[in-house]
Ligand binder design. Structure first.
Ligand code: ADP
Ligand code: MG
Length: 510
């Protein structure tokens, strides 16, 4: 039996002024299938799915749903055709509860009895194994929870097509796992799913087929089981790329730059978040930190940077105990932190300020002058924008209006300009596409060659293994081991992350 396509796009084109965002793109998705839409930033992914969800209308080409030609003129048309879209930026009302958010916008929501709709929502959650506190307000929710609300909202409206635009960009690896379980269940129930991502490992894990876009055109569709990350990358960027991160030999300093000794911190319930951490970091090396999110990485970074107080232990930088110094005095000593928290704008950057002002923020802390020299700030902002290839209309553009990748570049660019001796960087490539990620790795290697000591908190084990000179694996606030990436398998790293010390008896290490 030939399965027929449930969603079918035929030769879709769309231009915004001079920009041809999509050109003759065709694709199809069957029932019970997950199609990944892969492409670099700006390749036209969001534009394409926004036409399936009625936000944009194609200039030419046709959309078929279940064999019928559709002409959506607004999102409601698409919702009526049972198409559900989970946007990159959630469209939830913060002060309302999950339940209220799910129900509002329904044409007949006024007439539905509260209890009936609540039961309905509960049934949906049960059917797909979704965990949701219906009476919790959105502003009290984590990013993962908000996303679940969005998904339930879409299912509540009866969607059997689900489109997700970069849903994992904002999620931790754990939350991503939960999301993927949900998507698999939806797929097994017969839904057609389109997921946008630029993370190759996610494509390999979740999708049945992949359509690759480049500069608005479809480069082709391949069956996931028959392709490889290497082939996909090639399709995506158009030329042979070595999925290899350059790792120069470390130019390690003789003396350690940073000595962390028996660091301990407890939370308000007396639970140890750091449980006696001790390690050394040398100048001219990249020390990777691998661990499941929440294993103490955040606390470690914040203590070194002076943002958090330890209960006991020492942090010795160039022979001097810096524990307890203010962040400002620590910056002056040459320790720089570019930390990407769950919400990138939370720390280090001020969302409402423009690029120049954000750049000045840090140099102001370094130089003791009271006069903020906007002119030199502008020069510096310009340099950072050029060097990191930041796409922004100008250096006077408000930071919160930039894309995640560009915000990340502003953050890192500003830190590196301070000529730090020690650079702490956490998840610096989260949400960046391949080209931008490699850009960041190059910058880190450049810094390493200059003798800077780098603490790199990572999440992708492949990247950690390729980039770092040593990898420290943390679990539950403790250091499990510090290993040489060249002869440590991913499996072994995974076991250490879960708190297992692989025994000597396992002779089947690769
Ligand atoms: P992706 O989602 O793959 O990153 P997009 O679909 O957002 O790519 O963008 C494709 C191209 O279309 C980009 O060059 C982008 O700048 C442009 N574009 C997208 N939306 C608009 C818009 N509303 N107005 C003008 N240009 C746009
Ligand atoms: Mg997009």
């Amino acid at each position: 039996m030939v399965e027929k396509a449930f969603i079918q796009l035929c030769n879709i084109s769309k231009a915004f002024g001079k920009v041809q965002a999509n050109k003759n793109v065709s694709l199809d998705v069957k029932k019970g299938e997950i199609l990944a839409l892969l492409g670099e930033n700006g390749s036209g992914k969001s534009t394409l799915v926004n036409m399936i969800s009625g936000i944009y209308t194609p200039d030419s080409g046709e959309i078929f749903i279940d064999g019928k030609s559709m002409k959506f003129t607004c999102p409601n048309d698409a919702i009526r055709a049972k198409i559900g879209m989970v946007h990159q930026h959630f469209k939830l009302v913060d002060v309302l509860t999950a339940k209220e958010n799910i129900i509002i916008g329904q044409k007949d929501s006024f007439f539905i009895k509260n209890s009936a709709s609540e039961n309905n929502i509960k049934n949906i959650c049960e059917m797909y194994g979704l965990n949701l506190s219906l009476d919790k307000k959105i502003y009290n929710m984590s990013v993962g929870e908000k996303q679940t609300v969005e998904i339930v909202k879409v299912l509540y409206r009866g969607a059997n097509v689900l489109i997700l635009d970069e849903p994992t960009a904002v999620l931790t690896p754990q939350e991503t796992k939960v999301l993927f379980e949900i998507l698999k269940r939806l797929k097994n129930q017969g839904a057609s799913i389109i997921i946008i991502t630029h993370k190759l490992n996610e494509v390999m894990e979740i999708s049945d087929r992949v359509t690759v876009l480049r500069s608005g055109e479809s480069i082709g569709t391949v069956v996931t089981a028959e392709t490889s990350p290497h082939e996909l990358t090639q399709m995506m960027v158009g030329n042979e790329v070595l999925l290899e991160i350059k790792r120069d030999e470390p130019v390690r300093s003789d003396e350690p730059l940073l000595v962390v000794d028996s660091l301990e911190i407890k939370d308000s319930d007396g639970i140890k978040k750091l449980d006696g951490m001790s390690f050394e970091l040398f100048g001219g090396e990249i020390l990777g930190v691998a661990g499941i999110a929440g294993s103490g990485q955040k606390e470690l970074c914040e203590i070194i940077a002076g943002l958090e107080k330890a209960n006991s232990g020492r942090v010795v930088f160039k022979g001097e105990n810096i524990l307890g110094l203010s962040p400002r005095s620590i910056i002056k000593k040459g320790i720089s932190m570019s930390f990407v928290p769950e919400d990138r704008l939370g720390m280090g950057l001020v969302a409402g300020m423009d690029i120049t002002e954000n750049v000045l923020l840090k140099s102001y802390a370094k130089n003791k002058g009271l006069f903020v020299d906007r002119k030199s700030g502008k020069k510096l902002a310009k340099e950072i924008v050029e060097r990191f290839n930041i796409s922004t209309p100008s250096i006077n553009h408000v930071v919160k209006k930039l894309s995640g990748g560009n915000i990340q570049k502003v953050l890192l660019g500003r830190e590196i300009d301070l000529n730090p001796h020690l650079l702490i960087t956490a998840y610096p490539v989260r949400g960046l596409d391949i080209g931008a990620s490699y850009n960041i790795y190059d910058v880190l290697n450049e810094q390493k060659a200059k003798g800077v000591g780098i603490l790199f908190i990572g999440e992708d084990l492949d990247v950690l293994r390729e980039l770092c000179d040593r990898i420290m694996v943390v679990h539950d606030g403790k250091i499990m081991d510090i290993v040489d990436p060249k002869n440590t398998s991913k499996d072994k790293l995974g076991l250490l992350m879960l708190g297992h010390k692989p025994g000597e008896e396992s002779a089947d290490n690769d």
